[in-house]
Design a protein around this ligand. Structure first.
Ligand code: GAR
Length: 192
């Protein structure tokens, strides 16, 4: 276990992707160790999920810092103190700065609920639904300076049927996310 790569998971919200990552680690399907879960919000449900799994947690709030560089530096301090080797963004809704990215080049992954490059940014599921797309999906990608623009690691399509509501579509997307992300992380950590 201690030989496994150490992941720092960054979260902002519900934490369903964090939960699926934890489940895959516990089942031995994702050979990694979650060394810290960091939230930028005190009330993120993801923190409760992390605590229930006895994981180390930390809250780093942007409003506690004078500028974004200081916020990023504190994130790095926390990740380093936990020995993080890889960074997994799981619903973390912030853009990481240049210096942060330079420290972890090609070691930061993100999941996004669309078939990138379509629908980057916020409300991706809603936008695809409202535009009456026939297909949307999920993308796992490396993180670069842009908004959901980094090199794609894995993608899976999710059809939008006439019967779908926004709620059913969200559910389908999240189900795909919970499978594709742990698998993609495992592949990147061990096959590359
Ligand atoms: C997920 O749908 C993820 O793809 C999305 O936030 C949600 C987090 O859910 N991320 C983005 O939109 C990133 N641009 P979760 O907190 O239940 O894992």
């Amino acid at each position: 276990m201690s030989q496994f790569p150490k992941l720092a998971v960054l979260v902002s919200g519900k934490g369903s992707n964090l939960q699926s990552i934890i489940d895959h680690v516990e089942a031995g399907k994702l050979k990694a160790q979650i060394c810290i879960v960091i939230s930028d919000k005190t009330d993120a449900n993801a923190l409760k999920i992390a605590q229930a799994a006895n994981l180390r947690t930390s809250v780093v709030k942007p409003q506690d810092f004078q500028n974004k560089d200081d916020f990023d530096r504190e994130l790095l301090t926390q990740i380093d103190s936990a020995g993080g080797q890889w960074i997994v963004l799981a619903g973390f809704m912030r853009i990481l700065g240049k210096d942060f990215l330079a420290r972890f080049t090609h070691k930061i992954m993100n999941i996004h609920p669309s078939l990138l490059p379509s629908y980057p940014g916020l409300k991706a599921i809603q936008k695809a639904f409202q535009n009456k797309e026939k297909v949307t999906g999920v993308t796992v990608h490396y993180v670069d300076e842009g908004v959901d623009t980094g090199q794609i690691i894995a993608q899976e399509k999710v059809p939008i049927t006439d019967q779908d509501t926004l709620e059913t579509l969200e559910k389908k997307i999240h189900q795909v996310e919970h499978q594709i992300y742990p698998k993609a992380i495992q592949k990147v950590l061990w096959d590359e």
